[in-house]
Design a protein around this ligand. Structure first.
Ligand code: GDP
Length: 300
């Protein structure tokens, strides 16, 4: 993990996996994420209206104990690809949805290529198995031809047959996610200043620049001073995926923040620093560096 430093090594604690769902259009990404989001919330908050901050935390029972898992709602793999092109690595596990009545399609191949290039483990969700014309066997054959051999055929790619629409086998899919996460031994040091990546940002007419940040190391607090790509500022408020105000978030969690002077870009890294002057200086230095990069790119 590029977000870990030497000083973190003796303070590491297990962190939740960060998962992205990808796949060909209409194969069921949105349906699957909606089902997961609506069925796997903290009991006391069930039925709450979720806010579109681009990331959701759900609790998955593992041996009866609820364990956190974070899903990124990036609008397809364009965002994932753009972030990867900018060198951002946020995802720990990639679920690739393949519709059983349609099979491997161009965007399936792209998603697999992205995940492989980023070195992210792949779990295949063979979706729409409830549909007439569903042919799981054919999907597994197509996948094995492009180098993803199903576990049940002796390979090492987990492939779970689901119906996202009916919620069938989604539990098993989530258990598989947690199993793969456990093998990855995902860790971070919550006892330090926060570092991570911007996954979404926009300008809100009332609130000013809004950014959704994924904390990849450390703990982020309300009032922290951030340098965030070419932007900087002091966090005035943080919201979770239910739109509730929060004061503190630890590793793997996502929050939407207000307080930056500018809108950062998806894929920008952020870090909390000691004072506003340092933040301003570093943001300006970064803006200068980017300007020089753009000029020299133009000059060929
Ligand atoms: P996305 O483009 O990958 O996000 O796909 P959507 O989630 O929007 O799904 C596309 C269509 O497939 C919608 O009409 C869904 O209701 C339908 N769909 C998704 N999952 C299933 C499933 O498991 N079974 C059936 N029968 N339809 C599904």
């Amino acid at each position: 993990n590029e977000f870990l430093d030497e000083e973190d090594l003796d303070k590491l604690e297990v962190r939740p996996p960060i998962v992205t769902i990808m796949g060909h259009v209409d194969h069921g990404k949105t349906t699957l994420l909606d089902y997961i989001r609506n069925s796997k919330v903290v009991a006391s908050e069930a039925g709450g209206i979720t806010q579109g901050i681009g990331a959701y935390q759900v609790l998955v029972p593992v041996d009866g104990n609820p364990q956190a898992c974070v899903f990124l709602d990036t609008p397809g793999h364009e965002a994932f690809g753009a972030m990867r092109a900018r060198g951002a690595k946020v995802t720990d596990i990639c679920i690739i949805v393949v519709a059983a009545d349609d099979g491997v399609r161009p965007q399936t191949n792209e998603a697999i290529a992205h995940a492989k290039a980023a070195g992210v483990p792949i779990i295949i969700a063979i979706n729409k198995v409830d549909k007439e014309g569903a042919n799981q066997e054919r999907v597994m054959q197509e996948l094995s031809q492009i180098g993803l051999m199903p576990e049940m055929w002796g390979g090492d790619t987990p492939m779970i047959q689901i119906s996202a629409l009916k919620g069938e086998n989604v539990d098993e899919l989530l258990e598989t996610v947690m199993l793969v996460a456990e093998l990855q031994e995902l860790k971070a040091n919550p006892h330090r200043n926060a570092k991570g990546t911007v996954i979404e940002a926009c300008l809100d007419k009332a609130k000013g620049p809004l950014a959704t940040l994924v904390v990849q190391n450390g703990t982020l607090n309300k009032g922290d001073i951030l340098v965030c790509g070419e932007a900087f500022g002091k966090i005035r408020a943080m919201y979770d995926d239910r739109g509730s105000l929060v004061d503190q978030v630890g590793p793997s969690n996502a929050v939407q923040i207000i307080g930056l002077n500018n809108v950062p870009l998806a894929g920008d890294e952020f870090e909390s620093v000691d004072d506003l002057d340092v933040a301003r200086e570093r943001a300006n230095a970064r803006a200068d560096a980017m300007r020089i990069e753009r000029i020299s790119a133009k000059a060929g």
